[in-house]
Design a protein around this ligand. Structure first.
Ligand SMILES: [Zn+2]
Length: 80
């Protein structure tokens, strides 16, 4: 829905953008990164106002790279 003007699930036309924040307080949407996970990467949500479907995006390419280097060495089984 970031790249379209309508919802993939219900074709609703009203999509709102909820920006992520880097701070760790209730309601913030972020992924911890770095040594001891002291840093955070903000995650932006796009929400359909008709059906409530939402999707999440890391919008800054630098943040994507940081996540890749932070999580690349982890065994996927760790997250199961
Ligand atoms: Zn929808």
């Amino acid at each position: 829905m970031k790249n379209s003007s309508s919802c993939y699930k219900c074709a609703g036309r009203k999509i709102i953008k909820v920006p992520g924040k880097r701070h760790r307080s209730p309601g913030d949407n972020a992924i911890p990164v770095g040594w001891l996970h002291t840093g955070t990467i903000p995650v932006t949500r796009y929400v359909c106002c008709q059906c409530g479907y939402s999707e999440e995006w890391i919008e800054d390419p630098k943040h994507i790279k940081k996540l890749e280097t932070s999580y690349d060495n982890h065994d996927l089984d760790e997250f199961v």
